[in-house]
Design a protein around this ligand. Structure first.
Ligand SMILES: [Zn+2]
Length: 385
């Protein structure tokens, strides 16, 4: 979830992506509906991508993932470029989050609405929505944002972040909504910047390639080794204390051990409150089908952990509900378990908190430089998530 909302961030300068000579036969949008295979790329298409017009594996992975380029994202990118050629207009982006604008936007609106309406399968609709969001964000922020910290190049904070290895008994999954992808004020990205993409892995909501990687890992880990951080009051989620102190290592069915041999998976839902409900439902449905009607194993941070964190970090400018702070809170609480106290989880929590401070400082500095005040009333209501 974002630490500060859009008013803090700059309006992206309009950037145009000039269409080049058409090396490929323009693909039609109905190809998406048919789910056309992508393995038939010609050498010319490959060469075109190498020149940076399409979405290369290197560029894709540079944004913080080790996954292959999602097929539908690549398809949307290609179709956007084909639309440029068909209409003789150039893609241009403005605002935040890589929003299309200008006359190309008019053409693209008609196209994407037609594709969306033609899809009858809700799953396909979701996947198309997600792929289009992500494709536009990648194209709109190409060459503008630092790929690692997702801040404009001139505000890159990478040199101020201090990496810290995460204890190998823990693995984080950032289940991120497409609208949070490449957001400057997103805090989930801090986790893989600090811990690395293998210890804190991005999983984009609605992107099958990402979701399959995550669910494969869960299947491999087994029940008792997967936890979802989500405040689900109706289910009375267990606290760290419940799971790892009162029922240490034997608690639930199967094993509930945290050990080096087999990492426990902690899933952080990284979206705005309004989006996170749908994300939760998707996780729950998948879990239920995987584990035969069992409820999603939710874990909540205790007030003890929260108060400890606020005591340690009294800054009022962020709170524990931002995604990275939730991860820090979890590590702090796990550190209180005697069996886990030797793994330096407190230092790892501190590293995350330091990273949040660095991000907040970078965003604040940018805002001040642009002559914008830093007052709560000027911020969007959901600036601190
Ligand atoms: Zn950077």
């Amino acid at each position: 979830m974002p630490i500060l909302d859009s008013p803090v961030c700059a309006v992206l300068a309009t950037r145009c992506f000039l269409a080049s000579s058409p090396l490929t036969v323009p693909k039609t949008w109905p190809a998406l509906r048919a789910g056309s295979p992508r393995g038939s790329s010609s050498m010319a298409e490959g060469a075109e991508r190498e020149k940076g017009e399409g979405l290369s594996l290197k560029e894709w992975q540079g944004w913080g993932t080790s996954s292959p380029v999602p097929a539908m994202v690549a398809e949307v990118v290609e179709d956007l470029r084909a639309l440029e050629r068909e209409t003789g207009t150039h893609m241009s982006f403005g605002g935040l989050g890589g929003k299309l604008q200008g006359s190309f936007k008019v053409h693209e609106d008609i196209k994407h609405r037609a594709v969306y309406d033609s899809l009858t399968d809700p799953e396909k609709k979701l996947q198309f929505f997600a792929a289009r969001q992500i494709a536009c964000r990648v194209l709109g922020n190409r060459g503008y944002l630092c790929q690692k910290c997702w801040l404009p190049m001139e505000d890159c904070m990478c040199s101020r972040l201090v990496p810290c290895p995460l204890w190998c008994g823990i693995k984080f999954w950032l289940y991120m909504h497409p609208k949070d992808f490449l957001r400057q004020n997103n805090t989930g990205k801090l986790l893989w910047q600090i811990f690395g993409i293998q210890a804190a892995t991005l999983c984009l909501f609605g992107i099958p390639e990402h979701e399959e990687i995550m669910w494969d890992a869960f299947r491999h880990s087994g029940k008792g080794m997967v936890w979802f951080l989500y405040p689900n009051k109706s289910l009375s989620p267990k606290s760290v204390h419940d799971i790892f102190l009162e029922e240490p290592f034997t608690g639930l069915e199967d094993q509930t051990a945290i050990s080096e041999e087999k990492p426990s998976n902690f899933v952080l839902i990284d979206g705005t409150w309004s989006n996170s409900a749908a994300m939760y439902r998707r996780l729950k449905d998948r879990w239920t089908s995987l584990c035969e009607d069992e409820d999603l194993p939710c874990i909540s941070l205790s007030t003890l952990g929260a108060s400890l964190m606020h005591k340690l970090r009294p800054q009022p400018s962020w709170d524990r509900t931002c995604t990275a702070a939730a991860a820090a809170g979890l590590l702090s609480e796990l550190h209180l378990c005697p069996e886990l106290s030797v793994h330096g989880l407190d230092e790892q929590a501190e590293a995350v908190e330091d990273a949040i401070d660095v991000l907040l400082h970078a965003l604040t500095t940018r805002r001040l430089r642009r002559g914008r005040p830093i007052t709560r009333k000027d911020r969007h209501l959901d600036l601190i998530k």
